[in-house]
Ligand binder design. Structure first.
Ligand code: ZN
Length: 332
């Protein structure tokens, strides 16, 4: 079935919102899809890898229930595939990279953020190089591509990670935590000794609409001195002002400036959504990240998974079945 809007208005009309916990706002209800979702038709695009500089063609195809997100390398013999799951992560130093038996798929986090932001559970992603296209440095082009395919409800319920007790890691001034909350919420804080950025915080209850409007278009950013360093080591070959916000000692070099005043921290939220999607199921909880990045996020995912007494997995068929969760926050 092809759908154009949230299930929530229909559910409202049927009057089944009665059991809903009061702290869940109407706005956040619009993120609640209880059936698994995939795309309605294949879509494709092409671009360059931000580190490899290599051209890459990308096709996203529908996938059946309980399939998850899987990447296929069509440029390799026998077209090997790999699931987008945190236990497949092999590198997080510059981007999130998954790998298995000698092949990798690099820089998956922005596409993964689009899947999670649009509540897509199942898709097959085919690429003909080792690195995903960077597009404009945000998840905006992937989000538009997925929406252009249409989104389809599937005949199977979603299973959620429901956070019951706080889980936290802290090290060298960085922290990542997750706390009970009746929706998927993310709060990020960044701090840079740079006059354009300084300290920025952003907090958002994720829904597909909010993701698309407030987060998906935020671009990755980099400092000119870092770029020169990466270039020396043969990295950042695909970088241009078309796909990164470039910052020198005091200004943005891109002619068009910033898309949001706080675009930097919004992109950190985008990266968090992509990284946390590697748990493989949607989350009911509040993620809080301060001065974190892919590496620290990944350390946290391992701790999260190991600390099984602090969460449960739950199939939720409708709003009445949402567990009553008191928000417990927070460390910052
Ligand atoms: Zn990013």
């Amino acid at each position: 079935m092809r759908i154009d809007s949230s299930e929530t208005p229909r559910l409202k009309r049927r009057g089944i919102l009665r059991g809903l916990h009061k702290s869940l706002s109407v706005k956040s209800l619009y993120s609640m899809y209880f059936k698994q979702r995939t795309i309605a038709a294949p879509v494709n695009c092409s671009g360059v890898g931000v580190h490899s500089g290599k051209k890459v063609n990308l096709t996203i195809k529908p996938a059946p229930c309980n399939h998850g997100i899987k990447f296929i390398r069509t440029d390799l013999p026998d077209c090997p595939g790999i699931s987008a799951h945190f236990n497949m992560v092999v590198d997080t130093s510059l981007a999130t990279v998954i790998g298995y038996e000698g092949f990798i798929v690099s820089t998956i986090e922005h596409l993964m953020a689009s899947f999670a932001g649009l509540a897509i559970d199942n898709a097959l992603v085919e690429i003909d190089a080792y690195e995903m296209p960077i597009m404009d440095g945000s998840a905006g082009p992937f989000t538009s591509l997925i929406k252009s395919a249409g989104i389809e409800n599937q005949d199977a319920p979603k299973c959620f990670f429901v956070v019951k007790e706080p889980i936290e890691i802290k090290k060298d001034g960085k922290m990542v935590g997750i706390y009970p909350h009746p929706n998927y919420k993310i709060t990020c804080t960044i701090e840079y000794d740079h006059p354009l950025i300084k300290k920025q915080s952003y907090s958002v209850d994720i829904s597909d609409h909010v993701f698309e409007r407030e987060i998906s278009r935020a671009r990755t950013f980099g400092f000119v001195h870092e770029y020169e360093y990466l270039k020396r080591y043969g990295l950042a070959r695909g970088v241009s002002l078309e796909n990164v916000i470039a910052i020198d000692t005091e200004d943005v070099l891109n002619d068009e400036g910033l898309r949001y005043k706080d675009e930097f921290v919004r992109h950190k939220i985008l990266d968090c959504i992509g990284d946390f999607s590697l748990l493989g199921m949607p989350i009911l909880g509040h993620v809080v990240a301060s001065k974190s990045g892919h590496t620290f996020n990944h350390v946290f995912l391992k701790k999260f998974f190991a600390q099984k007494e602090s969460w449960e997995t739950l199939i939720i068929n409708n709003l009445n079945e949402l567990p009553s969760i008191q928000s417990k926050s927070l460390a910052i």
